[in-house]
Design a protein around this ligand. Structure first.
Ligand SMILES: Nc1ncnc2c1ncn2[C@@H]1O[C@H](COP(=O)(O)OP(=O)(O)OP(=O)(O)O)[C@@H](O)[C@H]1O
Length: 254
């Protein structure tokens, strides 16, 4: 399998946040969703973000992905400071450097699996050069969807649809892939498959993946787990046991 050496892999850090704050509303309706988050997401690793409802997981992911603007602090993705980009430049940056996998798959129903996977390349008007075709083939083979490429999403199982969505996120060799509850709509067997593919995409492509999840089983596939509480990082755990995760989620570890 081809090991893709992106600039981010060489530099060691795919995304970085410094003193990140996000406040919604004003005065009596003010909500401090993020209260000074510092983090470095190492390139080529699978990181899970966990924490109670309302702890700031989605806000953190949306800020890191350039989908939401922080109130304060700094975010760097693939060496680029996001705050220095205009709206148009940020849109282009997201398209070229960031991949997304959502709970609801978000595939276009009229397009085949193949067309859905090619879509970001078509949007970027990338030439279908040899490297791109090789990447497409590698991603399709790792995800085991070659037999399903000419089917539309409605003709695929939930797990297969999510594998197509992951292939679409990986095909542009993004600096980082953000997955928001990617197994939320899947049965347990499809969930295991999807999590295994996310993990393999880190190992086999040197891809960086960040996943928000509520599920301890899902987080156990990750290399690193960040636990958020009340807008702050409460714990960072490397390949935690389920018991250590439960403990950290209960607030047992600082
Ligand atoms: N657009 C918004 N306007 C006002 N408050 C918001 C907005 N988005 C999020 N919040 C608040 O910010 C805090 C953090 O929300 P966030 O969605 O990031 O948490 P979460 O950990 O992802 O929660 P969940 O697990 O329930 O999805 C919550 O108190 C939430 O109510």
């Amino acid at each position: 399998m081809t090991q893709t050496a992106t600039s981010s892999v060489l530099s060691g850090t795919a995304a970085r946040a410094r003193d990140l704050t996000k406040t919604y509303g004003r005065g009596s309706t003010e909500v401090h969703a993020l209260r000074g988050v510092d983090l470095d997401l190492p390139a080529g690793r699978f990181t899970a973000i966990m924490g109670p409802s309302g702890s700031g997981k989605s806000t953190l992911m949306h800020c890191l992905a350039g989908l939401d603007t922080p109130t304060g602090g700094e975010i760097t993705v693939g060496g680029q400071h996001l705050q220095t980009l205009s709206d148009t430049a940020l849109t282009r940056f997201r398209r070229d450097h960031i991949g997304f996998v959502f709970q609801a798959f978000n595939l276009l129903p009229m397009l085949t699996a193949r067309q859905n996977i090619w879509l970001p390349l078509d949007l970027a008007r990338s030439r279908a050069d040899d490297a791109t075709r090789r990447r497409f083939d590698d991603v399709v083979d790792v995800l085991g969807i070659r037999e399903r490429l000419d089917h539309r999403p409605s003709e695929l199982s939930g797990g297969q649809q999510q594998r197509v969505a992951i292939a679409r996120a990986l095909v542009t060799t993004p600096d980082i892939v953000f997955a928001d509850e990617p197994t939320g709509n899947l049965d347990s067997e499809s969930s295991r498959e999807v999590l295994d593919f996310l993990r393999r995409s880190c190992r086999e492509f040197g891809q960086t993946v960040v996943m928000v999840t509520h599920e301890i089983d899902a987080a156990s596939y990750a290399d690193d787990v960040l636990v958020l509480a009340d807008g702050r990082i409460r714990a960072r755990l490397e390949r935690p046991t389920p018991e250590a995760l439960v403990d950290a989620l209960r607030g047992g570890r600082a």
